[in-house]
Ligand binder design. Structure first.
Ligand code: GLA
Length: 385
């Protein structure tokens, strides 16, 4: 693959790239909608990724070919960075914009981008794209950014330029991911730890179930959930707590009437999900995948009933998982409202489980889902410089 991409770059721009970076997508094992609530998450990088090849130009023009869209776009660093254009180019502009806000000295580039993370699938293709660009520019312009700075800059581009108020999880895991490991991240202190995922040894695999449901309203619904969870915490703060980590279920029950039903449910999800992440970390350390599976099912129930970010297509995966002896646990992964779910499955039964969910989707008249096994892969890296 590397050679093919380098060749394509050379054909487009007439000389070889000076830098070639890649950054992966992710699954989140557990800890959903907890990152911006300053709680715990447990994501893993996957083998699917974005590759970004670039070389410097001297005229301040950024010219990019995106293979997935078969489209070339360009902008001038002097004139056009501030204004959003719409579409994929805004991720590139967003990164140039955040770096220039930081005072980085940048020049124009020729670039070529390729990726195999299905778009709009809830596997963080946009975070992977952002991280691949920051990583390449860091090398190309010798910016000396730390891994954490890269993750935060990529998040800032998404929050402040693209306009999606996401947490740090996706960009963090795209930078810090490690083969066959999950990252246990405390989103308040940013302390993190690698947790081994000994799936192969246990004869297990992780299936991604991409619902392929259109996600047009996902970002406004996401921002709404975020505002509700923040609103609930503000009310709870009157009782002396600072963050969701200090909130207990008994405090929630005491405040139930004051919070009102929506705030109460959002808060209950965050509190119980934080507890599930800690339990999942303990279970993974003991290779107790049956307990991990139970926690995945519980997480889905909480996301469906309390945070209300599931949909019938994602519930189908959960329901099939509950019915099947080969499935230890299943839940939606990422923001929800469509996108993908994951299922922890006995590897030998992956084909029959795939058939079960696909047949069920067809029976219910859903869009044909796409199901495949994912490998747990590495975080961002430089292939050539
Ligand atoms: C999206 C966001 C993340 C996180 C998840 C939900 O993937 O980008 O920051 O909030 O949703 O857990």
């Amino acid at each position: 693959m590397e050679d093919v991409l380098v060749r394509s770059f050379r054909e487009k721009f007439g000389s070889p790239p000076e830098v070639y970076s890649s950054a992966p997508g992710r699954i989140n094992i557990i800890g959903e909608h907890t990152d911006y609530n300053l709680g715990y998450v447990l994501p893993s990088a996957i083998h699917l990724h974005v590759a970004f090849l670039a070389s410097q130009r001297t005229d301040g023009i950024v010219r990019i070919w995106a293979e997935s869209f078969e489209q070339e776009k360009s902008f001038s660093l002097q004139k056009d960075v501030e204004a959003k254009q719409g579409g994929w180019i805004d991720y590139v502009k967003g990164i140039f914009w955040v770096l220039s806000q930081k005072g980085a000295s940048l020049r124009g580039i020729n670039a070529y981008v390729w990726g195999n993370i299905p778009l709009e699938s809830g596997l963080s293709s946009s975070a992977a794209f952002e991280v691949s660009i920051v990583k390449a520019l860091d090398t190309l312009f010798r910016l000396g950014l730390s891994p954490l700075e890269m993750a935060k800059l990529a998040q800032a581009a998404e929050n402040d330029y693209v306009g999606v108020k996401c947490g740090l999880m996706d960009q963090f895991i795209s930078v810090f991911g490690k083969k066959d490991k999950a990252v246990f991240l405390d989103c308040e202190t940013l302390a993190y730890e690698y947790i081994p995922l000994r799936l192969k040894r246990e004869g297990l695999g992780i299936l991604v179930y991409d619902t392929r449901v259109p996600r047009d309203l996902a970002s406004s619904a996401y921002n709404k959930r975020r505002a509700e969870a923040t609103g609930a915490l503000e009310k709870l703060r009157e009782s002396g707590v600072q963050t969701y980590k200090d909130v207990t279920l008994s405090l929630l029950d005491e405040k139930k009437d004051e919070l009102g039903e929506t705030f109460y449910k959002r808060a209950r999800h965050v509190v119980t999900e934080n507890a599930r992440v800690k339990k999942a970390v303990r279970a993974l350390r003991d290779d107790d995948f049956h307990e991990v599976g139970r926690l995945l099912f519980q997480s889905h129930e909480s996301l469906r009933d309390d945070y209300q970010v599931s949909c019938p297509e994602l519930d189908l995966l959960y329901e099939c998982g509950k019915r099947s002896h080969s499935c230890l646990g299943a839940r939606l992964t990422g923001a929800g409202f469509g996108g993908s779910g994951i299922a922890l499955i006995q590897k030998k039964d992956l084909p029959s489980f795939k058939k079960l969910v696909s047949d069920e989707a067809q029976r219910r008249g859903f869009v044909t889902p796409s199901c495949y096994e994912v490998e747990i892969g590495e975080g961002t890296r430089i292939h050539i410089k």
